[in-house]
Structure formats: C-alpha cells, structure tokens
Design a protein around this ligand. Structure first.
Ligand code: HEC
Ligand code: HEC
Length: 212
C-alpha cells in the first residue's frame, strides 16, 4: 500500500502515524517539486556590461542576466522536466492533468481546447496562436543555468537552430514574447523582449561562454 494510492490526505495521516512511532516523514515519498529559482523583477541592459574588459567574464555576466528570463516561471512553466506543464508563479502542476503528446496535448484535451489565440483575462486563461508544450529535449525545469546554457548551444536539443537563429528566436519569437504580456494575474518576465534579445546577442558576441 503506497501513499500515492492513498492520496494526499491519507498520506498526511501516514506522516503523522510514522512520526508517532518515532520515524521520520521521509518514509513517505514526497511529490517531485520543480526547482524554483528566485523570480527576477528587473533586467539590466547589454550596455551595462560593456565595462567588463575580459570577454569571458563579460559573457558569463551577460548569461546570468539572460538567465533571469529563462528561469522565470513564465518560461519554465512550459519547459517542464516531465510530460506535464506547470502553472502560476508557484509553478504548481497544471490543472487539469494535460500531457505533452507531441506538444499539443492528448487527443480530446488539446491545449487549444482551453488556450486560444490571445489571453482570455475574464477566465484567467493565457493564450497565443503557437501555444503548446516545449519538446522534452528542451526541458529547463530542475536544471542549472549552466545545463540550460549547454542545451541552448546544442543543435540536437535546441530544435536544430544555429546561434543566429537562436538570437532571432529570443528577440522576435511571438510565443517567447508572450512572457512580457502574460495577461491575467501573471507576473511578466522582467525588462522587454528587445532588451532580452540584445543581452542574448551580446552574450553570443562575447564568446557564448556557459557557467559551470
Ligand atoms: C506555451 C508554452 C511556451 C512558453 C510559455 C514558452 N515556451 Fe519556449 N518553447 C515552446 C515550444 C513549443 C518550443 C519549440 C518550438 C519552437 O522552437 O518554437 C519552444 C522553444 C524555445 C526555444 C528554442 C529551443 C531551446 O533551445 O530551448 C527557446 C530558446 C525558448 N523556447 C525560449 C523561451 C523563453 C525565453 C520563454 C519565456 C519568455 C519561453 N520559451 C516560453 C513553448 C513555450
Ligand atoms: C481544460 C483546459 C486546459 C487545457 C486543455 C490546457 N490548459 Fe493550460 N491552463 C489552463 C488554465 C485555466 C490556466 C491558468 C491557470 C492559472 O493561472 O491559475 C492554464 C495555464 C497554463 C500554463 C501556465 C502559464 C503560467 O505561466 O502561469 C501553461 C504553461 C499551460 N497552461 C500549458 C498548457 C499546455 C502546453 C497544454 C496542452 C498540452 C494546456 N495548457 C492545456 C487550462 C487548460
């Protein structure tokens, strides 16, 4: 008999029962929580980094700024480690359960059943014409910024994009741009998409170094 079968309430009861017998709560399997990096509220400009003379040091500083967007819940929610997106600033599992199934969701419960071309604020449902889940090889949740960086540069895991195409994607892609206009009660990613694109390009031009 596992806690997963019993459900959360019973699991809580089990924790209490174990505790009473002097065992620790660790005996009940904890749900897998996605990593939640601190949510950035501001974004520097590429020109703020021009004073760092050493290209590698400048590149690393630029990428940590880029990471404030990449590791924001608006982006991470759709680049999950599992088959299921997460939602809200707290990055809780998507309700209802929806799965990747080639990005569009399972037959009968496609993303477009609920998510439309635009945000629908009366029901707090975000939307975009390209709304679907990022492929598994583009998972960012639970990864370090260094791991995400290596993925972005790897054509096997970035959708076959050249660095020039990646720069274009960051600066211009409409679905990426949704992050700055998420609607409802969602916190936008910091800065502007143009500022973010310029940071990414400055990172590429300074050697595209990845943090350890
Ligand atoms: C609604 C889901 C969704 C959201 C939100 C989202 N993405 Fe994505 N992302 C995708 C999908 C789907 C792909 C693959 C298709 C493509 O390349 O456009 C992708 C691919 C990417 C890629 C290219 C491949 C790679 O290396 O991972 C980048 C870069 C990217 N997204 C950046 C972002 C950023 C930055 C944000 C937040 C500002 C963001 N995404 C938010 C769904 C999403
Ligand atoms: C039954 C309706 C429904 C379906 C189907 C659905 N969603 Fe959602 N989704 C919602 C609602 C409603 C919200 C807003 C929840 C909130 O913010 O409280 C949401 C929020 C999200 C978010 C979080 C946005 C953010 O940053 O907070 C992501 C990501 C997402 N959905 C992706 C998907 C993907 C990908 C699919 C298809 C595989 C999908 N959804 C299918 C209803 C749905």
């Amino acid at each position: 008999m596992s806690a997963r079968i019993l459900g959360p309430l019973a699991a809580a009861g089990l924790v209490a029962a174990f505790a009473m017998h002097g065992a620790t709560a660790r005996q009940v399997p904890a749900p897998v929580a996605p990593a939640k990096p601190a949510m950035a509220t501001s974004l520097k400009k590429a020109s703020d980094f021009a004073g760092i003379a050493d290209p590698k040091a400048r590149s690393l500083a630029l990428f940590s700024e880029v990471g404030k967007v990449l590791q924001h819940p608006r982006c991470l929610n759709c680049h999950p480690a599992t088959e299921r997106p997460t939602q809200t600033d707290a990055m809780t599992p998507h309700m209802p359960l929806v799965v990747r199934a080639e990005g569009m969701g399972a037959p009968g419960l496609h993303c477009f059943t609920c998510h439309h071309e635009k945000n629908y604020d009366p029901a707090n449902v975000p939307g975009n014409s390209k709304w679907m889940l990022a492929p598994a090889e583009m998972a960012w949740q639970g990864r370090t910024l260094g791991q995400i960086c290596a993925q972005l540069k790897d054509k096997e895991r970035n959708g076959g994009k050249t660095m020039a195409e990646m720069e274009e994607h960051m600066a211009k892609d409409e679905l990426v741009g949704w992050g700055w206009h998420p609607g409802g009660n969602r916190t936008p990613v910091p800065g502007t998409q143009m500022q973010f694109g310029e940071l990414f390009t400055a990172w590429v031009q300074s050697g595209a170094h990845c943090p350890a």
